[in-house]
Write a protein that binds this ligand. Structure first.
Ligand code: ADP
Ligand code: MG
Length: 462
């Protein structure tokens, strides 16, 4: 065997080895079903420039894995000691060529992003874990949960559309898919379609390219329950909004249920056509907030149980205390601990936990800035009282600090305008205006600019 050949073989063995260890890690964490469905189908291709390239059969798998399992895969790489390696997903070249050659999807395709319709036979486009049973209810989400449950019970007869908004990792996708599961469980024949707004966009663009728009429209108008995730993606995309508007109307008029999620309220989407804003507000607009400590503890206990991770309750409480920004971070922390525990078989102590999660905890500490803290800090800085800051007085030495506090609340927390407005006893247009004013003024006024930096720094380290 020549040298080059043996070098090549060694490289291949290395890739295989890395992937095998990585899979072994993932197997501990994921349920058998999920592991079989989503991990076993992956093929390692190569390692270049610090990336482990992984191929899957089609775009749907790629999107799904990226959205749901990529962080886990990367975490597993870290755990097996491949600290400088990151996973990257791609579609098999052979499949890509096929997709290109066919143009129109075959009639009985595997699940691709073009075939997200599903009835009783193929529920799999919904993440099996995202059910109502697995959703922990707390004061932060009980209203949204009740609305989702009501919508699932009586499709299109309660809130249509149901619009769920909130920051990252707070359970929007989970809650939305739970509606799909509940409906399919009750009536398997219901045509449910879950799609991210981005995939919806891609599909529409494909249809445009292939002169297939009428098929696209027909497909979506046949749906009974349309779940479109991350609709803020539409913001600023005029042509797509147009298409969406017609699809929306067609579904709505034939009494089909529509559920939308977004990271902001309809009226906060500045590039959204007013007629769509008003359509989105027709039904119910409901918010998911950050979970409080009790809810976080309950979530952690449930997740630890389902991961078969036995951790002292005090440690779970400690985690709930330290990690508060969103549920996804809580999950990330647990996964890291579970991976470590399964690898080393060591007992997890508080010191170990602090060590394992040092970066996460640090990030949380700088992130947990709430509006109350901003109001107190700004009032102190300008030596005015908190009641003046929030009150109605209009003198300049109060108005500017008030606007600064509003602006910082928008930039330093992931709270929505309405949530901030409530804290300042104003309407959300006032907050929007203050935010823009301060942003604009700070580009011209150096003193203001410096004040903002100082306050931000102070808040991040308090
Ligand atoms: P979003 O779509 O808002 O970014 P996700 O729905 O993807 O958030 O939620 C992130 C993760 O947190 C998911 O794994 C989800 O199952 C979990 N999660 C969020 N909220 C809850 C909850 N109330 N109970 C249990 N798990 C939750
Ligand atoms: Mg989501």
């Amino acid at each position: 065997m020549n040298k080059e050949c043996s070098h090549l073989m060694q490289r291949e063995q290395h890739i295989e080895g890395v992937w095998l260890s990585c899979k072994a890690e993932l197997k501990h964490i994921l349920s058998e079903d999920i592991f079989e469905r989503w991990i076993e189908v992956i093929e390692p291709i190569e390692i270049t420039d610090g990336y482990l390239k992984l191929a899957v059969a089609n775009g749907f798998y790629k999107d799904w894995l990226e959205e749901n399992y990529l962080p886990l895969i990367n975490q597993a790489l870290i755990t097996i000691g491949e600290l400088s390696l990151k996973a990257e997903l791609c579609v098999h070249e052979v499949s890509l060529q096929k997709e290109e050659a066919i143009h129109v999807p075959p009639s009985e395709p595997k699940p691709t992003k073009r075939t997200l319709l599903h009835g009783a036979k193929s529920k799999h486009n919904l993440n099996p874990a995202y059910t109502f049973d697995n959703f922990i209810i707390g004061p932060n989400n009980e209203f949204a949960h009740a609305a989702a449950a009501a919508a699932a019970k009586a499709l299109s007869r309660t809130y249509n559309p149901l619009f769920i908004y909130g920051g990252v990792g707070l359970g929007k996708t989970h809650l939305m898919q739970a509606i799909g599961h509940a409906v399919l469980e009750k009536r398997g024949k219901t045509r449910v379609c879950y799609i991210t707004c981005e995939s919806f966009t891609n599909e529409y663009i494909d249809a445009l390219q292939n002169n297939n728009v009428s098929a696209f429209r027909k497909k979506y108008r046949k749906i009974d329950l349309l779940l479109i995730d991350d609709i803020h993606f539409l913001d600023g995309k005029k042509r797509l909004q147009e298409e969406f508007f017609h699809t929306f109307n067609a579904l709505f008029e034939s009494h089909k249920q529509i559920v939308l999620t977004s990271d902001r309220t309809p009226s906060e989407m500045e590039g959204l056509a007013p007629r769509l804003v008003s359509r989105f507000e027709w039904g119910l607009v409901t918010e998911l907030n950050r979970p409080d400590i009790e809810t976080r503890t309950a979530i952690l206990r449930k997740k630890a149980e389902s991961m078969k991770l036995s951790l002292d309750l005090e440690l779970l409480d400690y985690l709930a205390l330290k990690i508060s920004s969103n549920v996804r971070s809580l999950e990330g922390a647990l996964i890291r601990i579970a991976t470590f525990a399964s690898l080393t078989k060591q007992k997890i102590t508080q010191e170990r936990l602090q060590e394992l999660l040092r970066d996460l905890i640090k990030k949380e500490e700088t992130q947990v800035i709430d509006i109350d803290l901003i109001q107190r800090t700004v009032a102190d800085h300008f030596s005015i009282s908190l009641s003046d800051l929030i009150g109605k007085k209009r003198s300049k030495h109060i108005v500017i600090p008030r606007q600064i506090a509003m602006h910082l609340s928008r930039t330093l927390t992931n709270q929505s305008y309405p949530a901030i407005a409530e804290k300042f006893a104003r309407n959300h247009a006032t907050i929007l205006y203050a935010h823009e004013q301060i942003e604009h003024k700070s580009t011209e006024d150096n003193h203001l600019h410096d004040t903002l930096i100082k306050l931000t720094d102070q808040l991040s380290h308090s």
